[in-house]
Design a binder for this molecule. Structure first.
Ligand SMILES: Nc1ncnc2c1ncn2[C@@H]1O[C@H](COP(=O)(O)OP(=O)(O)OP(=O)(O)O)[C@@H](O)[C@H]1O
Ligand SMILES: [Mg+2]
Length: 402
């Protein structure tokens, strides 16, 4: 967690409104690029939910959870049991065999074993069994005076259906929650993940469009960026270092408000200043070029390495589009000056096919309306730097390659 979470008040208010629902009509999708601050924002949602009378269950959604329907069921039962295990219920049991034995009620905790027992004794498919457990548990949650349960899953873009193996864990999750919510059971999904998440949900079940309220996290604005840097220093009362307006403007120009970059750049600056301080030197001005180079090596290089020469050329063409940091279409790429200036311009099928493989490599993503965006923040600026550094004309060779 950052010492101060800057500029996310509107998003927190939006989540508060979801928590006010007595019947869950909208669940949450919290999405955005890598390092935009999804995980830390989700962490702040937890105390908000608890404060408003909800229980909170969930964890990271790993790929193994999404391998099969039964894995997903075990995941949900495990997370549910964490919040229900303190509830004790009376269960009827027949003791001994034979006639004449009266059923006796035995106090049982709603722990994992009990939930699994209910799951297994419910007839039907995995979806029926899961619904059986959720419906069984709900009255006890209500009796305990709770509003409902938030099932929060980070990295939920890992969810997927596997038609070849006839396993549909993603659809199962959506079907089960939609069904219990229709019965007035107050269990809400809060799914967090990369921008591929929501298109995936809609592809699996078109009703996801209505089932989720989507919060698409944007970078921080300039004011919030300043607060993200200054407030923790202010709070740590005797911190010997401070950022003046000029340094803050540099941080803003370098990071454009992307939280991961803000944290990275400021840490570098901070370390340099502390070293200067310790050796009795006045703090130097911010070494922009050195920090940028380090960021390029640490953050961008690994991602860039995933692209082939020709794909890099395409990424370069895209990075020349004025709207490259928002969204762009295949047509715009083909018609662009950058493309036309290449010795071998890309045609429609090239671009379509290459954007497909770049999406698999995590460099771009396709939204629900068939438009594309860079999946890595500030990628266009990196590509420009890369081109300049290599001083190789991308017109004649793979970008950044000899
Ligand atoms: N609003 C904010 N104010 C200050 N710092 C922030 C803010 N949001 C995120 N950060 C910092 O930025 C970094 C990235 O945040 P976080 O890990 O939540 O991003 P993420 O979107 O979950 O990334 P990923 O997609 O890789 O999981 C963290 O170190 C976090 O402390
Ligand atoms: Mg995260």
């Amino acid at each position: 967690m950052p010492p101060f979470l800057a500029g996310r008040k509107n998003e927190q208010d939006e989540f508060s409104r979801l928590l006010e629902q007595d019947i869950v009509l909208k669940n949450l999708v919290l999405t955005g690029l890598r390092g935009i601050g999804k995980t830390v924002l989700l962490e702040t949602f937890r105390p908000m939910a608890i404060q408003m009378g909800w229980l909170w269950a969930g964890t990271d959604m790993s790929e193994s959870t999404s391998i099969s329907e039964s894995n997903l069921a075990i995941r949900l039962l495990t997370d549910l049991s964490v919040v229900t295990s303190s509830i004790v219920v009376s269960v009827s049991e027949r003791q001994g065999a034979g006639f004449g034995q009266q059923p006796v009620t035995v106090p049982t905790s709603l722990n994992f074993q009990t939930l699994v027992a209910i799951y297994e004794s419910t007839p039907g498919l995995v979806a029926d069994k899961l619904k059986g457990v959720l419906e069984f548990v709900w009255p006890y949650i209500k009796m305990g005076g709770k509003h409902g349960i938030v099932f929060a899953y980070d990295e939920a873009q890992n969810l997927a259906d596997h038609s070849v193996k006839e396993q549909f864990p993603l659809s199962l999750l959506l079907d089960v929650f939609q069904s219990v919510q229709r019965k007035g059971i107050c269990f809400m999904l809060a799914l967090t993940g990369l921008p591929t998440l929501f298109p995936k949900l809609v592809e699996a079940r078109t009703y996801s469009e209505r089932m989720f309220h989507v919060i698409f996290l944007k970078p921080l604005d300039q004011q919030a960026t300043r607060e993200a840097v200054r407030n923790p220093i202010k709070a740590a009362k005797d911190c010997p270092i401070g950022f003046n307006d000029e340094s803050l403007t540099t941080v803003w120009q370098q990071t454009k408000g992307y939280p991961y970059f803000i944290q990275y750049v400021c840490r570098e600056i901070f370390d340099i200043w502390v070293q200067a301080l310790n050796s009795g030197q006045p703090p130097p001005s911010v070494p922009v070029d050195e920090i940028t180079l380090k960021l390029d090596t640490d953050f961008f290089a690994g991602r860039w390495a995933k692209a082939t020469d020709r794909q890099r050329q395409l990424l370069w063409v895209i990075s020349l589009l004025p709207n490259c940091e928002e969204e762009f279409t295949v047509q715009e790429v083909i018609a662009s000056e950058g493309n036309k200036s290449l010795p071998k311009p890309f045609n429609n099928s090239h671009v379509n096919q290459m954007l497909g493989s770049l999406a698999e490599a995590g460099l771009v993503y396709r939204n629900r309306h068939g438009k594309y965006s860079f999946a890595v923040p500030l990628l266009a600026e990196f590509i420009m730097r890369q081109a300049a550094r290599n001083s190789v004309s991308p017109l004649f060779s793979g970008l950044g390659l000899e």
